[in-house]
Design a protein around this ligand. Sequence first.
Ligand code: G3P
Ligand code: CA
Length: 253
Amino acid sequence: TDMFGELRTPGEPSFVAGHRGDRSTAPENTMAALTRALASPQEFVETDVTRSRDGVPVLFHDRTLGRTTDGRGPLADRTLAELKQLDAGSWYSSAFAGERIPTLEEFLVVLAPTGKKALLELKGYWSVDDLAPVTALLDRFDLGGRVTFMSFNLGSLSSAAELAPGTPRVAIVRSLPDNAVDFARSFRVIGIVTPASVIEERPDVVDEMHAAGLGVMVYTLNSKETWAQARALGVDGIITDKPSSLDKWLAKN
Ligand code: G3P
Ligand code: CA
């Protein structure tokens, strides 16, 4: 169940994760984008999890609704029923008019039979009580072993460790801690996720993490040049907006 458990050839990213589904061909974090990502050969789908006012886990990136729906204001002020009225596709293209904000449950229904894995990014702080509906869903679909929790918020990762100790966690960091191995161990994560530029500045951290059985994944890389750089750095995974293109590139290079 550990994404970094199978040690790989150095320099060979072991997995590709579609960022917010496949947002290069469909509106991010909608079922259209998520099912496209699931249909490609990539191993993981990345998506963002947040909560409606009535505590239902839904998939959405921003704090506010305006960029990717026809609603306005903070998502957390709306109930699920209110959120389901919103159009989450027209901003992207009229071909996706009527796409809705998915619940986590709707995504897991589709994920479960595919055998694919998900990187679930917990947006903001989740207490143990907040997170309980998420882990209940993972239990219901028996997906605890195919999900990795990811967050910038160390408190949310701590809640996940308490509620679902068997489900791996990774910390997203905008800059590297002085000692990335100690950081990962003290926050009980199996790896870090960070912008590729951060690793380029301290490339030795990849070997240090690997020597400790920990992983490094980078985001969000969308060009052949940056994929080649990531491969040269020896990272374990790449998060991309273009999962299908990266899959093809990895097969050829
Ligand atoms: O993969 C990390 C990335 O998803 C974090 O940034 O803003 O795209 O959720 P963001
Ligand atoms: Ca994310």
